[in-house]
Design a protein around this ligand. Structure first.
Ligand code: ZN
Length: 419
């Protein structure tokens, strides 16, 4: 495939580090990617507010000290992104849910250790007139100020292109490739969905998908490693955002034998009640409208976090890839069936537990991949399960058993030359 193996963290840091090129945060983060400052030494954002109208809009965020910032814009949908060093956000609970003037809504959170981000969804194309941080003075706290002014689509797109060009020039060199692990055991990459600035779905009682699935993935890793037959690797081990294409790339670069993405779903109240776990595989046409809706929602993770989709690598290229994918698809389906077979012993399944749709995170052409929706946080009983230690352990155990079963069948098949 022409993919050079590379240490997973290096890939991730090269990709994410590019976003921070030119800032103090980038230098600090690139030098010591694992060093997350202790929480009590972080700058604190204490309040945020919007002013103005659809011609000119101002965003102000109060801080306890001055920080560096880098601002850029993204199109389709129109967004303004501000990257800052890692900040502890102590903003009012509803901050960003609704907007004003040119700003429809905004989000904030961690995108990498040492780096936080603000993402503004725009009502229409807008130009960044000014973006700066002023020091505290005369009893007024330090403030981050963003001034937006209405513009037209063409000017907006020109600005985006100019910024992208400048960013490419600043991108840091990727460190030297490293050999793949000498450990011959199959590697299973576990992918807890969302993270950092992207919360995923949210229970009425406040629990976040990103936290549920991270804990679950860690338990699953433990179960898989306990067998002694496999290695397991998480695409994220903390509350950090990872772009969808990076998740796929982590699996491919590490030489994964399987990729399992872990999520939790929810159904808006007006659409009734749904319950139980579902296993998804990749398909160009969704198995049903609900699967299509879900894939669209999960694929929005990058938009939510302010990733420029145009800079993501093109996943689908030519017939060779298609052929490779055919075998991968067969294997993915085999795993999905084994998962459902094992999981039905420990947890409620959705009435149609195997579905397919165009999930971007399942697009590795050479790594069998599935996405498990553990249940619906919108369903009372499912949520109770999702939040229970006992349920998480039992379900992780059954998924590990299915993975083991999948490999046993494959290794047996390899010996006899059959599938
Ligand atoms: Zn999700």
């Amino acid at each position: 495939m022409g993919w050079k193996p590379m240490p997973v963290q290096a890939v991730r840091w090269a990709l994410l580090g590019a976003l921070f090129a030119g800032t103090a945060a980038a230098a600090a983060a690139a030098a010591a990617p694992a060093a997350i400052p202790p929480a009590d030494s972080l700058p604190v954002a204490t309040d945020a507010r919007l002013g103005g109208d659809e011609t000119q809009t101002r965003f102000i965020m109060d801080l306890d000290r001055k920080i560096e910032l880098r601002v850029f814009t993204l199109a389709d949908p129109y967004r303004v992104v501000i990257d800052i060093p890692q900040v502890r956000f102590a903003l009012p609970p509803q901050a960003g849910d609704s907007g004003r003037g040119l700003i429809k809504a905004f989000r904030f959170g961690l995108v990498m250790p040492g780096g936080s981000r603000l993402v503004f969804d725009l009502v229409k194309p807008a130009r960044v007139d000014r973006a700066f941080v002023i020091d505290a003075a005369a009893g007024v706290p330090a403030r981050l100020v963003l001034d937006l002014a209405v513009t037209d689509r063409d000017s907006f797109l020109r600005r985006v292109a100019a910024e992208a060009k400048a960013a490419r020039g600043e991108a840091p060199a990727v460190s030297a490739p490293q050999a793949l692990s000498a450990d011959p055991r199959p590697l299973i990459v576990l992918d807890p969905g969302h993270g950092g600035i992207d919360n995923g779905t949210k229970a009425a009682s406040g629990e976040l998908e990103k936290d549920i699935v991270l804990d679950f993935a860690k338990r699953l890793r433990q179960r898989i490693e306990k067998t002694g037959k496999y290695r397991a690797l998480l695409t994220r081990t903390d509350d950090t955002f990872v772009a969808l294409a990076d998740r796929v790339q982590i699996a491919r670069n590490a030489g994964a034998a399987l990729f399992v993405s872990i999520h939790a779903d929810s159904l808006p109240r007006k659409e009734g009640d749904a319950e139980g776990a579902t296993v998804y595989t990749l398909s160009e046409t969704a198995s049903d409208p609900q699967a299509a809706r879900l894939a669209e929602q999960e694929n929005r993770a990058d938009v939510i976090a302010g990733v420029d989709l145009k800079q993501e690598p093109d996943d689908v290229a030519g017939i060779l890839l298609d052929l490779a994918q055919r075998e991968t698809k067969t294997f993915s389906m085999q795993l999905a069936r084994k998962l459902v077979g094992e999981m039905k012993e420990t947890t409620r399944l959705h009435k149609a537990p195997i579905k397919s749709a165009g999930f971007r995170v399942l697009r590795a052409p050479d790594v069998p991949s599935v996405l498990i929706e553990l249940g619906y946080v919108s369903n009372k009983q499912d949520l109770q399960s999702l939040l229970s230690d006992g349920w998480r352990d039992r379900t992780a155990e059954s998924i590990a058993a299915a993975v083991d079963d999948y490999f046993s069948a494959h290794l047996a098949g390899a010996r006899t030359g059959a599938n």
